[in-house]
Design a protein around this ligand. Structure first.
Ligand code: PGA
Length: 261
């Protein structure tokens, strides 16, 4: 089965509104002719609406980086699924390792967020991945299995508007230490096996599993050449229009130069 590639940019806590609009304008222009893959931009909350307005009428979609599991209420500092949709975003990233690491998000909490995202028809990037210590201890399979099963048990694949799994080994995020294409592909194979048991083999065939962790223009091609890798979730390199456009168009002839802008 051929799965449509997904290239998503996670801007993390970067870009003011005007910077975000500028980046989105440049990407909208650069990715204008790309129609055989999906592109999603995930700016900080403050820029969701301006970025969504900027890429309106283009194939580029917008996502939030996090979400609360309640729909409204006394949760100071939090943002609800309705607010995200109201800002023009269709996607949400859940379970990013920085949320797990710095904000103590665990599978129990993430299961609640996944339930709300499913109920509210938000499309989900669910991030999983092992730390360096866990890899060194030979625990990669166990960790991926736990992170998938503990959060996704009780769901059907069709409960989600869309569910994309992002394999992001923690040791590769923001470090410049990319997983080798073979390491990533092997982990993606494990993820498909777990998904096959959790849902069914058909879902394991069609679900998109994307890789994240120091994806750059120079390594994207070899990662995407792997049979089980269906795209990338890009952090640092998504902050540069040139770099992210090169990543999105990793195997296309470049017809448009950003220096024209
Ligand atoms: P990175 O981040 O590309 O800067 O390693 C990836 C991510 O955190 O999604």
């Amino acid at each position: 089965m051929t799965r449509r590639n997904m290239l998503a940019g996670n801007w993390k806590m970067n870009k003011t509104i005007s910077e975000a609009i500028n980046l989105a304008v440049r990407l909208k222009y650069a990715c204008n002719s790309v129609d055989d893959r999906d592109v999603v931009l995930c700016p900080p909350y403050t820029s969701l609406k301006p970025v969504a307005e900027t890429v309106d009428e283009s194939p580029i979609e917008v996502g939030a980086q996090n979400m609360h599991y309640e729909r409204s209420g006394a949760f100071t500092g939090e943002v609800s699924p309705d607010m995200i949709k109201d800002a023009g975003a269709d996607w949400v990233i859940l379970g990013h390792s920085e949320r797990r690491q710095y904000f103590d998000e665990n599978e129990e909490l993430l299961a609640r967020k996944l339930r709300t995202a499913s109920d509210e028809d938000l499309k989900v990037f669910y991030c999983i991945g092992e730390t360096e210590e866990q890899r060194d201890a030979g625990q990669v399979e166990d960790i991926l299995k736990t992170q998938l099963e503990a959060a996704l048990s009780g769901f059907g694949f069709d409960d989600f508007e869309e569910l994309v799994i992002a394999y992001e080994p923690v040791w590769a995020i923001g470090t410049g230490n990319t997983a080798t294409p073979e390491q990533a592909n092997e982990a993606h194979g494990v993820i498909r096996d777990v998904i096959s048991n959790l849902f069914n083999p058909g879902v394991a065939e069609k679900i998109r599993v994307i890789y994240g962790g120091s994806v750059k223009p120079h390594n994207v091609q070899e990662l995407m050449a792997q049979p089980d890798i269906d795209g990338a979730l890009v952090g640092g390199a998504s902050l540069s229009a040139d770099d992210f456009a090169d990543i999105v168009k990793y195997d296309l002839e470049d017809e448009i130069s950003l220096s024209d802008l």
